[in-house]
Design a protein around this ligand. Structure first.
Ligand SMILES: NC(=O)c1ccc[n+]([C@@H]2O[C@H](COP(=O)([O-])OP(=O)(O)OC[C@H]3O[C@@H](n4cnc5c(N)ncnc54)[C@H](O)[C@@H]3O)[C@@H](O)[C@H]2O)c1
Ligand SMILES: N[C@H](CO)Cc1c[nH]c[nH+]1
Ligand SMILES: [Zn+2]
Length: 431
């Protein structure tokens, strides 16, 4: 049985909701302290430190950090045809969505003769993290690489943990997915050491400008540490799901969707917010059937016991307030008129609307990006997109008349800041 919180009759403030509802006990701040020495070591000793960390954390010392081209080609060759076909379709769908995110330059004539043009320019080189500790994620290759390629990034390097069972190379399907996408720069490096390698650069790997991708709490912590030296995307850490459901929801669907995300990581957070005690009871019964039968039972049990909960709410409006406060990475809406309810959601990494839009569709094949903000960061961040790989640049262009027309006001503002040379630099042009 999931722990239950009865919020009917109460209207807790957002901060109180966040305190009451469970999330994983190790937070990113704690993990930052754990990974700081690893990142410092990579900065100081480069490749040797990455290799030592691989031995310590992944249980294998890769023969080389850079995956040889022959291994990528062999992995592509060895892909199961059904997996190859599914990857190709996932890539096709993701391209449709991400290409549509590209923005044309916009020129605004602010005053006669003065224009501001906004251009979006791709960064030059990116490091794309693909998790591979407990589970290997070829689908995260697709999510990272397609967004970066569509953004127009020229240099892409993928990092994924070395695997003992694969001779110290990353998982073969991860390599196969890289090859399908035309990626030839892949490193057998995982965890914080991979993030530090990408950020600082080593003898085998030039530094990158932006690092993106999901990972466990150590990866997330390392991204937080190098933020500023490089750009990073949102904190896409241990996965989480919230489901807002009423009496119309099917308990077997709800339970299956909780189990599906719980199988990622014992730190996964799974929350059902419902107006219906009957549904809550039925979901508990369903979990009693589904959990013992699921492949990764131990992980699922740990996640549900640790960070699983059902919150009972008075009505859908109260439920919306709760899920908005919790700001889930994934939010499913399984209520009557789900589309109308979903349209009112403010804080979630992605919203899955209606009974036939489970999170795993978005994980693999909806075309949406599955690299999404966790830990409540959906309050201020969005998921991975082409914008994660681009910078916006303003081009400002003025005629002499347009500059002259505004020079009096400019002097007023410069004077207010006691920066008179600013005004002089304008007026020198008209003496
Ligand atoms: N939010 C998202 O968008 C999203 C998407 C996909 C996956 N995920 C999450 O990614 C995570 C993948 O985790 P994973 O562990 O399978 O793979 P991972 O690649 O993220 O982490 C594996 C690495 O963690 C490091 N590590 C392990 N224990 C450590 C320790 N005690 N100290 C320091 N470093 C340590 C190792 O170096 C190892 O290479 C899951 O939590 C999953 O939920 C999130
Ligand atoms: N649910 C994960 C976090 O968004 C993504 C994923 C990849 N593979 C399966 N699931
Ligand atoms: Zn998933």
């Amino acid at each position: 049985m999931l722990r239950r919180l009865d919020l009917r009759g109460a209207t807790p403030a957002a901060a109180e909701v966040r305190r009451l509802l469970p999330r994983a006990p190790i937070d990113v701040d704690v993990a930052v302290d754990a990974v700081r020495p690893v990142c410092d070591d990579v900065r100081a000793r480069g490749d040797a430190a990455v290799l030592d960390a691989a031995e310590r954390f992944d249980g294998v010392r890769p023969p080389a950090l850079r995956v040889p081209p022959a291994a990528l080609a062999a992995a592509a060759e060895a892909l199961d045809p059904a997996v190859r076909d599914a990857l190709a379709e996932a890539i096709r769908r993701a391209r449709l969505v991400h290409r549509a995110q590209l923005r044309e330059p916009v020129t605004i004539e602010v005053a006669p003769g003065l224009t501001v043009t906004e251009r979006w320019v791709p960064v030059e080189r990116v490091g794309l993290y693909v998790p591979g500790g407990r589970v290997a994620y070829p689908s995260s290759v697709v999510m990272n690489v397609v967004a970066a390629q569509e953004a127009g990034v020229a240099s892409l390097a993928v990092f994924s943990p070395p695997q003992r069972d694969n001779g110290g190379l990353p998982h073969p399907v991860v390599l196969g997915a890289c090859a399908l996408l035309g990626i030839d720069e892949v490193y057998a490096a995982g965890g914080a050491q991979a993030i530090a390698m990408a950020a600082h650069g080593t003898a085998s790997c030039p530094p990158v400008d932006v690092i993106t991708g999901p990972g466990n709490v150590y990866v997330t912590a390392a991204k937080r540490l190098v933020r500023g030296l490089v750009g990073v995307d949102a904190e896409a850490g241990p996965t989480e799901v919230a489901i807002l459901a009423d009496h119309t929801a099917d308990a077997s669907f709800v339970a299956a969707d909780l189990v599906a995300q719980a199988e990622h990581d014992p730190m996964t957070a799974c929350l059902l917010v419902t107006t219906s005690v009957e549904l809550a009871d039925a979901v508990d019964i369903e979990l009693g059937k589904q959990v013992p039968a699921t492949r990764h039972r131990a992980r699922v049990e740990e996640a549900l016991a640790g960070q699983g909960a059902i919150a009972l709410v008075a009505d859908v409006d109260a439920g919306l307030a709760v899920v908005d406060a919790w700001a889930a990475e994934h939010l499913e809406i399984q209520t009557a008129d789900a589309a109308a309810v979903a349209a009112r959601v403010r804080h979630a990494g992605a919203v899955f609307v209606g009974a036939h839009t489970p999170v795993p569709l978005g994980d693999y094949l909806a075309g949406s990006n599955h690299v999404l903000p966790t830990g409540g960061t959906a309050r201020h961040s969005g998921g991975l997109s082409v914008a994660s790989f681009q910078r916006q640049v303003h081009l400002v262009e003025s005629t002499p008349d347009a500059l002259h027309a505004v020079s009096g006001r400019l002097r007023a503002l410069a004077g207010a800041e006691d920066l008179t040379a600013h005004a002089d630099a304008v007026e020198v042009r008209f003496r």
